[in-house]
Design a protein around this ligand. Structure first.
Ligand SMILES: [Zn+2]
Length: 416
């Protein structure tokens, strides 16, 4: 699955595409025929000594020259040597780009020879991709050497080859199919007929398609245990209201995290700090710049809930992270508690919200958890608020629920 985000150059690489996100490659017909004949040969034992020597050399030099890579691939899967496969051509078809290197010149030298070479990570990626084509090129020798440098979490940015290495132990044999088409292959494999097929001892299933009329050709190889494409379903959580994709682990994880966070204010439980506060403070619901941080956290949570519900850009309460802003705030918050000493909602008053009326207070926002709505939470406090803040203004936009509340209390002029 290749997900292209229309708004940016961001491209999502699905784990099934590890080993190269582009899954169909084009090459000379002869290379495909050679690969096919190699796949049909019985497996040969890898030549372990040259493999280990070449890998040791790779780590000593930091590079592997193209000739050595050919030796490595031949040593891993001797069938490719038997059929005399042009490894350079295959690697070019698989879109790996060689880098140019040379040996350090002696002091008297005036020229060097340039070689094609690859670093260890692309070498591992080449082996991983060839294995996905059903060849016997296990990459674990290399992967095991490279993994320790990729595991630390502080390595935030990876190349696509490093991603292949990171995912190899987990997703080996589970990739989506890879294909190699001849140069005149037009992408329309439906009009082609399956000519031959075979299964490798490792369980890869290879099919060779030939065109009915022209001589185009396609080699298609699927993994032994391909994971089914994620069947995702859009869900809206009835408890927290979040939209998420069922079947997508990333989205489920996000939902679980967010769910927990949202339930703190949607299904609130008694808070020990608030219970203690209520026993010593007559005005325990009030939150000002002098209030303890936990109160600001509770206010901020509900300001975020209000923002989310009203689709505003910013929560209308200072972030408790910003201690300086908390110390300076002139707003008065209220944390509404019910008989069970649970914080069921909050509201905030702001002085001088309108330039023309610097002395008038404004009711900025009111948010009550949905399960506690319609229980008279705000009604119980309304007269006290009017005494405290006088003829305060109700900040716009005013929700329909708030309009009918004001209407009920004969206070519609508070919107003016
Ligand atoms: Zn939820």
């Amino acid at each position: 699955m290749r997900i292209l985000n229309r708004n940016s150059t961001f491209r999502m690489i699905d784990f099934q595409e590890f080993g190269g996100s582009q899954r169909t490659f084009i090459t000379e017909r002869q290379i495909i025929e050679q690969l096919w004949s190699a796949l049909k040969l019985p497996i040969r034992t890898s030549r372990q000594r040259p493999v280990l020597n070449l890998i040791a050399k790779l780590f000593r030099d930091g590079w592997m020259l193209s000739a050595d890579l050919e030796d490595l691939i031949y040593a891993l899967d001797p069938r490719l040597e038997e059929i005399n496969l042009d490894v350079s051509k295959l690697i070019a078809a698989l879109r790996f780009s060689w880098e140019k290197v040379c040996f350090r010149p002696r002091s008297i030298a005036t020229g060097v020879i340039e070689y094609n070479a690859l670093r260890p990570e692309p070498i591992a990626a080449v082996l991983i991709l060839l294995e996905q084509f059903g060849l016997q090129t296990p990459a674990y020798e290399l992967v095991n050497k490279l993994l320790p440098s990729l595991k630390p979490r502080r390595r935030k940015i990876l190349t696509v080859e490093e991603l292949d290495i990171l995912w190899y132990p987990r997703f080996r044999g589970r990739n989506s199919p890879v294909a190699l088409g001849s140069e005149n292959y037009d992408g329309d494999w439906i009009r082609m007929r399956e000519d031959e097929s075979l299964s490798t001892p490792a369980g890869y299933k290879a099919r060779l398609y030939r065109h009915k009329t022209d001589d185009s050709m396609l080699l298609d190889v699927s993994a032994p245990r391909p994971r089914k494409l994620m069947q995702t379903k859009k869900m809206i959580c009835t408890e927290c209201g979040l939209e998420w994709l069922k079947g997508d682990p990333e989205s489920s994880l996000l939902h679980r995290r967010e769910h927990k966070k949202r339930l703190i204010y949607l299904r609130p439980l008694p808070l020990s700090e608030m219970i203690a506060e209520m026993s010593i403070n007559e005005n325990s619901e009030l939150v000002t710049s002098a209030s303890p941080m936990w109160k600001h956290e509770q206010m901020h949570l509900r300001a975020v809930a209000f923002r989310r519900e009203m689709h505003f850009d910013f929560p209308q309460w200072v972030s408790p992270e910003n201690k300086a802003a908390v110390a300076k705030t002139k707003a008065h918050g209220y944390l509404f508690t019910n008989n069970e000493q649970v914080i069921v909602g909050a509201c905030s008053f702001q002085p001088g919200a309108r330039l023309a009326e610097p002395d008038r207070w404004a009711l900025d926002w009111v948010w009550i958890a949905p399960v506690y709505r319609g229980k008279g939470i705000l009604d119980d406090r309304w007269d006290k608020f009017k005494q405290q803040y006088g003829n305060f203004w109700v900040s716009h936009p005013v929700s329909e629920a708030m309009q009918s509340f004001l209407n009920r209390h004969g206070d519609l002029d508070m919107m003016k």
